[in-house]
Design a protein around this ligand. Structure first.
Ligand SMILES: CC(C)(COP(=O)(O)OP(=O)(O)OC[C@H]1O[C@@H](n2cnc3c(N)ncnc32)[C@H](O)[C@@H]1OP(=O)(O)O)[C@@H](O)C(=O)NCCC(=O)NCCS
Length: 334
């Protein structure tokens, strides 16, 4: 049975069963990834940015277990889907049933586009392609094992930056007086259209950036920020963001790393990332890995990551579909 579900009022048993299914999915599809813990899972599923909504569904079997889950985040003009089915229940049509609920709802809410992140080398590729989703963007995920880091070299790199710049570290997020400059730096590279569907959070105006940081905290995801400051003007010349999620605190997520175009060529990218690693090592003693996603044509970033010891792991795709077409395919009566 598939039913709509509200994580805010879900019972602890439901949260636990959902976690069991998620970890079975990870063990089958991404066995190298750390299992999730029962920490902030409710908040992870229920907290959203202002103006965004998440609607969720569960599949429940006769014994009360929850072998399938779907949710859609409605943001801007797109619905972004997450959907998974327990490995023991696959190829029974459950994902298709869940997706039909999602797509009908997205259609009823007036959205015309739907997107999904799909992990390369997993059955999700065939599932979404069988339904006519088109691959719109490709990234490579890379993982850095902290045990392989040359800490002496990284410590030196952290202290090496062009004259006229300094690097500052802000666990939890930058102070209010730097938020404006931080947003300006993010906006400076936003216009370099990279074809990304923007399925992952990124915020370009100060108010939205504050909301975004607050939302991360509510979801149990602690942001660490390192900024490069141009000393003469006080401008934010570069930034790097890492988030340590309570759900899998041994593996952190690298979010944006940005060097504003006019400040490129001064070793800022290297210095920021190296300083971040040095700080994380003492701030998060449980942390063993950092993962990051890069477009394959982002050569400068890939070079710095390779120097630090990041190893390419998997391709990661964004797929998209037109909602009325997809609904018709899922439910030809429509
Ligand atoms: C992708 C996923 C949702 C599919 O679930 P499912 O319940 O097995 O899918 P369905 O039974 O509804 O399949 C519908 C159709 O999709 C296609 N399909 C699904 N899995 C497939 C596979 N492994 N190979 C080829 N085609 C497949 C088939 O056309 C299938 O129809 P058929 O069985 O009649 O041939 C499931 O494999 C899953 O949960 N993957 C993990 C997704 C995820 O979020 N991962 C994130 C962490 S890795």
């Amino acid at each position: 049975m598939v039913r709509e579900w509200d994580p805010r009022t879900a019972s602890p048993a439901e949260i636990e069963s959902l976690l069991d299914t998620l970890n079975a999915v990870l063990a089958a599809d991404l066995p190298e990834d750390p299992p999730w813990q029962d920490s902030f899972l409710r908040e992870y599923q229920s907290e959203t940015m202002p103006g965004e909504r998440r609607i969720s569904w569960l599949a429940e079997d006769e014994s009360g277990r929850l072998p399938g889950h779907a949710n859609v985040l409605l943001l801007g003009d797109i619905g972004v889907v997450e959907l998974f089915v327990h490995p023991s229940m696959r190829r029974t049509g459950l994902a298709q049933t869940l997706l039909t609920k999602v797509v009908r709802r997205v259609y009823d809410e007036g959205f015309s586009a739907i997107g999904v992140e799909v992990v390369g080398g997993t059955p999700a590729v065939a599932f979404y392609e069988s339904l006519g989703f088109a691959r719109e963007y490709v990234e490579t995920r890379s993982v850095l094992k902290l045990s392989t880091v040359d800490w002496l070299a990284v410590g030196e790199t952290a202290g090496t930056i062009g004259d006229g710049y300094r690097v500052e570290y802000f666990p939890g997020g930058p102070p209010d007086e730097l938020i404006e400059g931080y947003a300006v730096a993010k906006a400076a590279v936003r216009d370099v259209g990279d074809g990304d569907l923007d399925l992952r959070p990124s915020s370009y105006d100060p108010e939205r950036l504050r909301d975004s940081l607050a939302c991360l905290h509510r979801r149990g995801m602690k942001p660490y920020i390192v900024l490069a400051i141009h000393e003469r003007t006080g401008a934010v010349a570069g930034l790097t963001e890492v988030v340590v999620p309570a759900q899998h605190p041994t593996r952190a997520d690298q979010y944006d790393t940005i060097v504003v175009p006019e400040h490129r060529g001064y070793g800022i990218d290297r210095a920021l990332k190296a300083r971040m690693l040095v700080e994380l090592r003492s701030a998060e003693p449980r942390l063993t890995e950092v993962q990051t996603w890069n477009a394959p044509d982002n050569e400068p970033m890939l070079k710095v990551n390779a120097e630090l010891g990041f190893m390419a792991d998997r391709e990661w795709y964004e797929y998209g579909a037109d909602v009325p077409d997809l609904l018709h395919r899922l439910d030809p009566k429509t």
